[in-house]
Design a protein around this ligand. Sequence first.
Ligand SMILES: C[S@@+](CC[C@H](N)C(=O)[O-])C[C@H]1O[C@@H](n2cnc3c(N)ncnc32)[C@H](O)[C@@H]1O
Length: 285
Amino acid sequence: MVADTDTTSWAELHQQTVERLRAAGIENAPNEARWIIERAAGDPYRLVADKPVTVRSHHHWRLMVERREAGEPLQYVLERWPFRRLELFVDRRVLIPRPETEVVVDAVLDEHARVGGAVVDLGTGSGAIALSVASERPGTEVWGVERSPDALAVARANCTGLGRRARTVRLVEGSWFAALPDELRGEVGVVASNPPYVPDAAELPDDVERWEPIDALRAGDDGLADIRVIVAEAAEWLAPGGALVVEHGDDQGPATRALAASAGFTEIRTGTDLAGRERFLVARR
Ligand SMILES: C[S@@+](CC[C@H](N)C(=O)[O-])C[C@H]1O[C@@H](n2cnc3c(N)ncnc32)[C@H](O)[C@@H]1O
């Protein structure tokens, strides 16, 4: 459809968006429509509702609506998503940052307040954990490790977006601790990670399976393949008293605590998400 951009207002386009998203079976159509409009218009809906739509922003709107109608997650369509105090750029190269990981960052900051030192985020993806620490604890030395060069490009874009607060962040490509410089061995205050932890055979929601990077999610028969490596190697990199904080699946608490105990960690506990489910390990060296 060609827009008559002299006369079409954002309010009219909003109504069309709601109808199209509803027809595509999207439950939260009115809100999603508003977010799409705000992204295309570049301003809050209330400020633009009566204003005419430009040709350029109409084009952007049309592409977003088509992508959402095709089932692409809203976060990728909008190319940005809030995470704690940040608005992160996200696309199909990275996992969409989840609310449970926001809670993991609280534990990372608490442990860092106690022990200080550098923070390492293993499997940084969009940079959600690393950049939250850099932004909420300015001046902290933060290392973000990522195996996927594609994901690392997204983390770098988000790092640039953080401006001066990112000056203490280093993003490095490689597998878990092998990507870190040797000087950090025994010196790290907090090792944080939201690694892949979904068992290979476990069912995932259709939109996750179809759109999100599978290497960011699956981790062997029991989902613990990556957690096993991280827990086994972390103590060597932590300073005395340093902490390991690792997100995991809601049925992996006992197994993860057992791994931490056999790796010699102390003060082992499991943190819960906002719904009260066991979702992350906190253990001290
Ligand atoms: C569950 S995602 C978490 C992304 C981000 N930290 C977050 O919380 O939204 C796991 C990330 O670990 C990365 N990853 C998987 N295996 C890795 C490895 N061996 N070394 C480093 N990163 C790895 C994936 O590419 C993915 O970006």
